[in-house]
Design a protein. Structure first.
Lengths: 435, 292, 277
């Protein structure tokens, strides 16, 4: 165990985390941590993602000091690191093996050469499909399909009278919901969120093509009420055998291959996320990581904890206790070098290939001023993307023509960026340092 | 009336603790809100704060869906008020007389009020209204109809349903309690004189309920103007801006953009809007509240 | 039997059926949630919805294993109960003053009280958070008790005020004539007579505080977190969760539902004005 055996003063750590399965397992295993670190007591605040994000942001921005460990995503980590709201994680012990972390995952959490958060688990978007339905129609899914191919498959497999929909995709409005997927579709069509001068690019041909394609595909060959469906709803649909294909986060694989949770455990197969004219940015990257707010009063104890929870022994421990397929995915190369993991988790290979290929520093065909594939690491992004997401969900349900909707979004986004000072001349010094 | 002499001042002081507490509770955040509303203050750029006068308000008013959100707010509040008052009165009259299981039925009617709004909204959206696996979809298919895409095709209506379901018990509770104090003898006398049920209802029961109705309207209006949780977990304000209401716009500013300045401006705008609604309601029912 | 009477009898039967139907319909979503809490996640969203299924306690087991239910429940009881008591202590005298000693400004003051609830919570989150931070009241039950009492005070004052207004002045005057002081008049005459109204007001405050999920989530972390935080921790994770969410909601509503059921008689006990008159 990588723990410095120095006697610690009693410390109570308040840990804020998301209520996803991997974090729940961390909470359950933390009993082991408390036993091996007498004097350390862990308090858990477990919340749903959006609520947690608001809670943590309010606290860290007002220096409330209520949390010692925060679970933050690929979006906040570089933002808060740049503000120096997080405690930098330098001089990590050798046995932590920081070189074992996926380089691009680590890159997403690094600002100016300092690592500000350690990755807990990471995901890329991949394609899930029903190999039985494909076989029945004599279709073969290529290793990395194009969106056009997905459409062709969907047309052939769409069978609502028998309760199977051609393709299930996210339609629910939200910057982390439908816009995560749409971000990758837009990238695949050669589009981008902003040009190097931060002018929004929403009213450009790649966006029009991508959004029109998405709406046509989902409204004709998808389940009813697609604008209701986010990740969870689609997971339920696919696990219930209702979808022939689904493009979404690789972490769904764990649920889908588990016969206790999924009716199609033996029928699901995996492929890379679809591309179109380019495969840059065709799969998204999301990382949940652990970080220490600068306002914490227990930085040493907190650091010990987060290093423990992302270490190789911890990953091993999860595998032993919950089955090797439950190992937190996407953080360490060594996970994917272990043959038993690769055998136990059928989605591992595709996940591994996707994670190695994603490049948040070069997410698009054309140059961009930001890092991030489906996210833009600027504070305005959440609001801007949610607004666009809502408008597109509206177009999906027939509330507005795509062309008009995109024009509205373009001017709305410009308005927000203008207010935030992106177009002031000369460009404010802070902005050019944006990660 | 010798009651005139009860202008004893000490008894008026009984109200002071409440007034003082509320004043403190209101004034401090209000002043801070007014202050922030004139500042550009983004939680994520704390160093960039500056005085900007009315710019926040202009920004808030020019939010693309602002006027739609005002309309949605009024629609939501008006519809839920109408449903809860009308159905509330009818239902409480229905359960007013003794019948086997009256207590149980009253409890069943009040029970939705005990459920957390977020849970209620999630239950309605996923367990009942889901067009693929929801209960309503199953019933529809039993009759050979296509299930309704509630939140996709009728988002505001669906939200109104959910919120009305949550607040109907409150109205029922108030009206049932009020009906207890109604004069039974008068009612029976009228019935024995041959008055029809409808006449008894319209000319005796409803007037008796005038004040409770006014209370229900005022209290619910205040809560309904701030409906947020139900919208957030079901539609996130969409599709489009079909379910965006004013609190949702404030939320967007406050917690998505972390723009405390614009959120404060939005909060003040929400207060103004609420006051307008209140004035309107007062004109409608104000007298009822304070007369004897 | 006269035609009018037999018509009335039929109407009665229809009324009873209708009353039951409405009650069942209103309760149905809760019943469905309760049912779902005993299903596995896979059964929870299966289509067609399953009425017959193998019930399981696994959801409840997981919840109780994962979190200290009693801690959250106690926080809910303490904060909601404390807020109700504090609120009633302040609201009853205020309502008395407004109801029996009104001035020209009474209506305005009442309306002003209601207007303190018009500011959306989300707009004042940062100011309140800063105040709580500086007074060391973050993650404390005290803060929640105070805030819940203050947010519900206007409603309570209003409701008690209207119940008091329904009390005929004569009763109070009669008691005063008999030489009782104001306090005695209040205690022995007014309160018993408006007991139903006071009970329903208290219950309302209790429920509103129990279910309040904005301040209770934003101002607490672990010490003072009430049941709303427990529910939030099972809400919308990545993955299948409806069975567990149903179970945790049942656990969160159960105490207050039981309390409501028990006090049901108190709530709707007749205000016996007919007899008084």
């Amino acid at each position: 165990m990588l723990v410095s055996a120095v006697a610690h003063a009693d410390a109570t750590l308040t840990i804020g985390t998301v209520n996803n399965a991997d974090m729940v397992r961390m909470q359950e295993l933390s009993g082991d941590y408390e036993k091996s670190h007498p004097g350390v007591h862990l308090n858990w605040v477990v919340l749903e993602e959006n609520t947690l994000r608001q809670r943590l942001t309010t606290d860290i921005a007002t220096h409330g000091g209520q949390f010692d460990v925060m679970t933050i995503g690929a979006y906040e980590a570089p933002l808060w690191g740049a503000q120096q709201w997080l405690y930098p994680l330098d001089n990590l012990p050798a046995d932590y093996d920081v070189g074992d972390l996926f380089p691009n995952v680590r890159e997403q959490l690094t600002v100016d050469g300092h690592l500000y958060a350690v990755p807990f688990y990471a995901e890329a978007s991949i394609t899930f499909y029903r190999k039985d339905l494909f076989a029945a129609r004599g279709l073969t899914m290529p290793e990395q399909p194009t969106w056009q191919q997905i459409r062709e498959f969907a047309v052939k497999l769409h069978d609502p009278t028998h309760g199977v929909y051609g393709v299930c995709l996210r339609g629910k409005a939200g910057w982390g919901e439908n816009m995560a997927l749409l971000g990758t579709i837009v990238n695949s069509y050669g589009g981008r969120w902003f040009d190097p001068q931060w002018r929004p690019q929403i009213d450009t041909p790649p966006w029009h093509q991508a959004v029109n394609f998405y709406i046509d595909l989902l409204s004709h060959y998808g389940p009813p009420g697609p604008s209701d469906n986010g990740f969870n709803e689609n997971l339920a649909l696919f696990a219930g055998g209702r979808c022939a294909m689904w493009v979404d986060a690789s972490v769904a694989g764990g649920t889908l291959v588990n016969p206790k949770d999924s009716k199609v455990a033996t029928k699901v197969a995996f492929a890379r996320a679809p591309q179109q004219i380019t495969d840059r940015g065709s799969a998204w990257l999301w990382v949940w990581s652990l970080a220490i707010p600068a306002s914490s009063r227990q930085t040493q104890a907190a650091r010990d904890f987060i290093l423990w929870a992302t270490s190789r022994p911890y990953l091993k421990r999860v595998g032993e206790r919950y089955g090797i397929a439950s190992t937190p995915p996407g953080t360490r190369l060594s996970t994917y070098e272990a043959a038993d993991y690769m055998n136990a988790a059928p989605f591992a290979k595709v996940t591994f290939d996707s994670l190695r290929a994603v490049d948040p520093a070069h997410p698009t065909l054309l140059p961009v001023p930001y890092k991030g594939i489906q996210i833009v690491s600027v504070p305005e992004f959440q609001a801007v993307a949610t607004l666009v997401g809502r408008q597109i969900a509206g177009a999906l349900t027939g509330r507005g023509q795509v062309d008009h909707v995109l024009q509205t979004c373009q001017s709305a986004v410009e308005r927000t960026m203008k207010r935030a000072g992106y177009y002031d001349k000369p460009a404010p010094a802070e902005k050019t340092e944006r990660p | 009336m010798s009651a005139r002499k009860s202008k004893t001042h000490p008894e008026r002081l009984l109200a002071q603790p409440a007034i003082l507490m509320l004043f403190a509770w209101m004034i401090v955040p209000l002043l801070m809100t007014v202050y922030f509303s004139t500042q550009y203050f983004n939680l994520l750029y704390p160093k960039k704060s500056s005085f900007v006068g009315f710019e926040n308000f202009v920004y808030f008013f020019t939010y693309p869906s602002f006027w739609t959100s005002v309309v949605n707010t009024i629609l939501l509040v008006g519809s839920v008020l109408a449903i809860t008052v009308v159905c509330g009165v009818l239902i409480s009259v229905l359960v007013d007389q003794h019948f086997p299981g009256q207590g149980i039925v009253r409890m069943l009617l009040i029970s939705p009020f005990f459920v957390m709004p977020t849970v209620a909204a999630l239950a309605w959206k996923n367990l009942l209204m889901n067009p693929v696996s929801g209960f309503f979809a199953w019933v529809a298919q039993l009759f050979g109809l296509t299930p309704v895409n509630w939140f996709a095709d009728w988002p505001l209506l669906s939200v109104i349903f959910v919120v009305a379901w949550e607040w109907l018990p409150f109205a029922i509770l108030i009206f049932v309690t009020a009906l207890q104090s109604m004069d039974r003898e008068q009612k029976e006398a009228a019935q024995m004189d041959g008055a029809r049920t409808w006449d008894v209802f319209w000319h005796l029961t409803v007037p008796h309920l005038r004040r409770p109705i006014a209370v229900v309207v005022m209290v619910e209006a205040i809560f309904l103007l701030n409906v947020f949780a139900e919208i957030f977990v079901t539609t996130n304000g969409g599709p489009g801006d079909a379910t965006t209401n004013v609190p949702f716009v404030v939320y967007t500013q406050a917690l998505l953009e972390f723009d405390v300045g614009a959120a404060s401006a939005g909060g003040l705008v929400a207060v103004v809007l609420a006051n307008i609604v209140a004035v309107f309601l007062i004109r409608l029912i104000g007298k009822t509240l304070t007369e004897r | 039997m006269s035609p009018a009477k037999s018509r009335r009898k039929n109407l009665n039967a229809v009324r009873i059926v209708a009353a039951w139907a409405v009650g069942v319909a209103m309760f149905f979503p809760i019943f469905w949630m309760l049912l779902t809490s005993f299903k596995t996640e896979l059964d929870a969203f299966s289509m067609p919805p399953r009425f017959a299924f193998r019930p399981t306690l696994e959801n409840y087991e997981q919840i109780l294993a994962r979190a200290n239910y009693m801690h959250y429940a106690w926080n809910s009881v303490a904060t909601a109960g404390g807020a109700t008591i504090l609120g009633m202590l302040v609201a009853v005298p205020a309502a008395y003053a407004f109801a029996f000693h009104p001035t020209k400004r009474t209506r305005g003051t009442l309306l002003w009280m209601l207007s303190t609830k018009m500011l959306p919570g989300v707009g004042v989150l940062v100011p309140i958070y800063l105040i709580a931070r500086d007074t060391n009241l973050l993650d404390s039950r005290t803060a929640l008790v105070v805030i819940f009492a203050l947010t519900n005070l206007p409603i309570m004052v209003w409701m008690i005020y209207t119940y008091f207004r329904d009390v005929p002045m004569d009763i109070v005057e009669a008691a005063r004539m008999d030489g009782a002081s104001t306090w005695e008049a209040l205690r022995h005459v007014l309160l018993p007579v408006s007991r139903g109204g006071l009970a329903s007001t208290a219950l309302l405050c209790l429920i509103l505080s129990w279910n309040e999920s904005f301040w209770s989530l934003n101002l607490t972390t672990s010490n003072a977190a009430p049941l709303t935080a427990l529910v939030a921790s099972f809400s919308s994770p990545e993955g299948l969760f409806w069975a567990k969410l149903s179970a945790v909601s049942t656990l969160a509503c159960a105490p207050i539902l039981v309390l409501g059921w028990l006090s049901q008689k108190q709530l709707v006990r007749g205000l016996t004005f007919g007899a008084v008159k």
